[in-house]
Every structure is written in structure tokens, then in C-alpha cells.
Write a protein that binds this ligand. Structure first.
Ligand code: FES
Length: 108
């Protein structure tokens, strides 16, 4: 089993940031972005209550099994697309290797 994966987060200036993420420490994408000093606020602490971690999945990963809470929050978010997810609801696990996401604009 792998000990880490590599993901890419594209910031709002279209700059890609390749990040090595350790596995087995229960991180989500919002936490990884914050730890990498990217502009993800994560205001609600990962409770699917704020949408400040809204992002677009740009790789072919099949990760659109959103929870009802996530769907409800995305219903209230700005600039939602078919590939929208809340970063805090994306768990960093082995199948996420190669993931590419782009940060959504925040609508305030
Ligand atoms: Fe608030 Fe993800 S951190 S919804």
C-alpha cells in the first residue's frame, strides 16, 4: 500500500500546485489546501456548512457521491458546476492519487 499520493490544486490565478499527501492520517482536501497555504478558508471546519472549500474536480476520478449535507450546501453556493465538490468532503485516500481540482471563486 502506498504511503502517500500526489494531487494538484489549481488556484484562482490558474497556478497549479502539486502536493504530496500522506495517507493514513485522515486528511481531507480542504485541510491539505490550507496546510499548503492555498486560499481555502474552511470556515466551518469541514462540516459542509460554508462552501468556502468549493472546488471543481478536473481529473477523471469518480467521486461524485455527494452526501445530502453536501448537496444542500452546494445548492446555496455560487458558480456551482456538475463537477463541483466541497473540498472538506473529499477524503484523501489511495484512489485519489493524481486528483486535479481547481478552487472555485468565492461569491462575496
Ligand atoms: Fe465549510 Fe467545507 S470547510 S463546507
Amino acid at each position: 500500500m502506498k504511503e502517500s499520493i500526489n494531487i494538484t490544486i489549481i488556484d484562482r490565478q490558474e497556478v497549479p500546485h502539486e502536493i504530496e499527501v500522506p495517507l493514513g492520517v485522515d486528511l481531507n482536501l480542504m485541510e491539505v489546501g490550507k496546510a499548503s497555504d492555498l486560499p481555502i478558508e474552511g470556515t466551518c471546519g469541514g462540516m459542509a456548512l460554508c462552501a468556502s472549500c468549493h472546488c471543481y474536480v478536473q481529473s477523471e476520478h469518480d467521486i461524485f457521491d455527494r452526501s445530502d449535507d453536501e448537496e444542500d450546501m452546494l445548492d446555496q453556493a455560487f458558480f456551482v458546476e456538475d463537477n463541483s465538490r466541497l473540498g472538506c468532503q473529499i477524503k484523501m485516500e489511495e484512489k485519489m492519487d493524481g486528483l486535479i481540482v481547481k478552487l472555485a471563486m468565492v461569491g462575496d
